[in-house]
Write a protein that binds this ligand. Structure first.
Ligand code: RNT
Ligand code: ZN
Length: 418
């Protein structure tokens, strides 16, 4: 695409949006301040760097065997930086505990300390990338079906210790970057088949959380993520959406909404205006479920668009942390990062460019046809010209030009891995 044409298209779009009182320059500034938290685990199919790493467990799965996944910390860092160079704006990196820099040492989950994340903290500084964090209860001999909700006190204590240490690490990250590190807590705890101890498991999970959160950590923020079910744990999930919504509301914690964690016709977008009345902030795990929590690459589909629209309409942009959470092992993984991240940004672009004020007025005046018609018209307003301009000004490839860049990196780097 010729630069000249991108600029011409942008000027036309600017005029068109001005007719609705929308300032595209302001939207470009908002996009600049819109930071995704890129999940490190798309690069290597959620394997991590533990010396003692076993198979992926905990009811989640990455399918596909596309060649070229990151095999070590240097490769993962290189892939992330490549992806970031093809995404406009500046973004955070979301690490799981199993992605520590363990330097060949066996470090069990209840032994982990900030020392193993020092090189990440330095890498973050060097690359202007703030870090977020996750405790990791899956893929471990003590994972089983129950971790923080395990009736066996020794197993429960092991995971409590792990999670406490993760909060310490997140706090160190937050201090080092001068900005709170957002730590997500998701545990897979559940039952494969019929069970009758539901109250007990949930009581144990609540007590474990109370103990974990009892230590004040000023430079990190806790978020808690529920779900419907996991593979092999289909019948019951201890940390359900209701459980964590109630816990978060009562204890002032951030609630994580993973777009793959609801019943197929349930709308994650609809939760935004409901739970934000009662919880301080939200963390998103933007994903794409196909028939189940399959974690396909995020696209600019209706559910994702609605999610971002609901956030913007609620004027809650600064109460939301925008994590991504998908892991497709069947396609080029750097390309997956770029496609999904840019799709999320396009949803935000469209949400910011919606003529909401006019539609809201129609609605409050009872003008049903007018509001419906304008919502429909808004779909085809030239929002993509604004996103292209954002890419141009950010010095990243505009439109499909990033495909060739990913191919080049594949030819020169990832295809050489075996
Ligand atoms: C699992 C949850 C969780 C994980 C990551 C790897 O269903 O979505 O967020 O995907 O922690
Ligand atoms: Zn998630």
């Amino acid at each position: 695409m010729k630069t000249e044409n991108i600029e011409k298209a942008y000027r036309l779009a600017q005029e068109r949006y001005a007719e609705f009182g929308i300032d595209t320059e302001k939207v470009l500034k908002q996009l600049q301040d819109f930071h995704l938290s890129m999940h490190c685990w798309q690069a290597d199919d959620v394997v991590g760097f533990e010396v003692q790493a076993g198979a992926l467990s905990g009811g989640i799965q990455s399918t596909g065997n596309y060649p070229g996944k990151a095999r070590n910390i240097d490769e993962l860092r290189s892939d992330i930086l490549k992806a970031k160079s093809l995404i406009p704006g500046n973004h955070r990196l979301n690490l799981h505990e199993i992605y520590g820099d363990f330097k060949g040492k066996v470090v069990d989950r209840d032994e982990v300390t900030a020392e193993y994340f020092q090189s990440w903290i330095e890498w973050g500084k060097e690359n202007d990338t703030k870090l977020d964090f996750n405790s990791t209860s899956f893929s471990h001999p003590k994972s089983g079906n129950l971790t923080l909700a395990n009736p066996d006190k020794s197993i429960r204590d092991f995971w409590i210790e792990h999670t406490k240490r993760c909060r310490d690490i997140a706090n160190v990250m937050g201090q080092a970057q001068g900005d709170p590190c957002i730590m997500n807590l998701w545990v897979h705890d559940g039952c494969k088949d019929q069970s009758v101890n539901h109250y007990l498991y949930r009581q144990l999970l609540r007590e474990s959380l109370d103990e974990i959160f009892s230590k004040p950590q000023p430079m990190m923020k806790d978020c808690i993520e529920g779900k419907v079910f996991g593979i092999g744990l289909e019948s019951f999930t201890v940390g359900s959406h209701d459980f964590y919504t109630a816990y978060a509301a009562k204890n002032n914690k951030i609630l994580t909404i993973d777009t793959g964690h609801y019943h197929p016709t349930e709308s994650p977008a609809d939760k935004v205006s409901a739970v934000l009345q009662f919880v301080p902030e939200l963390m998103l795990h933007v994903s794409r479920p196909i028939r189940w929590d399959s974690d396909h690459v995020t696209l600019m589909d209706d559910p994702t668009l609605e999610l971002f629209q609901e956030i913007v309409r609620a004027k809650a942009m600064d109460r939301v942390h925008y994590g991504l959470d998908y892991f497709d092992g069947s396609i080029n993984r750097v390309g997956a990062y770029v496609t999904g991240s840019r799709a999320a940004q396009k949803c935000m672009t469209r949400a910011l460019l919606e003529p909401t004020a006019q539609i809201a007025e129609y609605e409050l005046e009872g003008k049903g046809f007018q509001s419906l018609a304008l919502l429909e018209e808004a779909k085809a307003l030239p929002w993509n010209a604004v996103y292209d301009e954002f890419c141009l000004r950010s010095n990243v490839p505009v439109g499909n030009a990033f495909i060739a860049e990913v191919e080049k990196y594949e030819a020169e780097v990832t295809s050489k891995r075996n």
